[in-house]
Design a protein around this ligand. Sequence first.
Ligand SMILES: Nc1ncnc2c1ncn2[C@@H]1O[C@H](COP(=O)(O)OP(=O)(O)OP(=O)(O)O)[C@@H](O)[C@H]1O
Ligand SMILES: [Mg+2]
Length: 305
Amino acid sequence: MFDQASSLRELMRNVQKDNTLIAPNIKFQPKIPTVLAISGGKGGVGKTLTTANLGLCMARMGMRTLLIDGDFGLANLDVVLNLRPQFTLDDVLCGERHLKDIIMTGAEGVRIIPSSSGVMRVPELDKLQKLMLLDQIESLDEEFDVVLIDTPAGVSKNVQYWTSSSAEVIMVVTPEPTSLADCYASIKILSQTTAENSFKLIVNMVKNDIEAKKIYDKISTLSDEYLQVRVEYLGYIPFDESVRNSVRERTPYVQRYPFSAASQGLRDISRQIITQGTVGQLKGTMQFFWRKMVAANSPDIIGYK
Ligand SMILES: Nc1ncnc2c1ncn2[C@@H]1O[C@H](COP(=O)(O)OP(=O)(O)OP(=O)(O)O)[C@@H](O)[C@H]1O
Ligand SMILES: [Mg+2]
């Protein structure tokens, strides 16, 4: 664990000044990856695009990165990454494939576990499926430094499962009042159902950092005052037409438009995640194991019923 933290600090020393390319060939020796869930409450706030582009940034930083599409039934991480999966998590959950057999490789060597779209064989995970999935993800531990999970909108049991299986929950929020309200409501519900008392925040589709900070202040003040939950600021992604163009072109914007304002914002966020020390901390590395222990003793905590 400490080796990993020092490797990350070493990595940060090698980030180039122009912020565009980060030293390749940095060798990490971690044993267990840090798992980060990307959530947000409201639909369409940018969770999937943030997961995909953050994954590419981290992979480019030399981190062995795994992306999981946790949005069963309405998956689209594969679309954003221009992949055409033959098998998906649906096949794993139905016992027809092992997780290892469905992993795909995208740009920058990022690895992806796709989900299915338009198929609802597994609308909500049962207890056995939850444990089996955690076991199979854990079997990949030594292969990855970081795992990013794209969660669906809302606060369903599946969202609770993913967020409680993660070291950190990153909330994505936009300036729309409905997004702010849903983000706060989600923090409230997730903190109550999963006992998570600390969240990270990315503000998406804003004009500038002043607008982003105002939104962060509102959410963190409310969460602190009424929920006793800490919210930390990771950064912002400006509203940027190149994001929409990149979706149409089925190429992540950090790859297609590396010098766009959105790409710059995302790179700053990646650096912030690393410098805040989330990756490589004990909390992250122990999380899956810890959750399983808790789940075994307290069936309700991640919807084990
Ligand atoms: N920074 C941005 N600038 C401009 N448009 C953006 C930005 N971020 C996201 N969008 C737009 O928002 C749309 C929705 O993004 P995305 O699919 O990532 O949201 P989501 O939260 O995953 O949605 P869902 O809840 O349906 O899973 C994108 O197709 C894109 O057009
Ligand atoms: Mg999505």
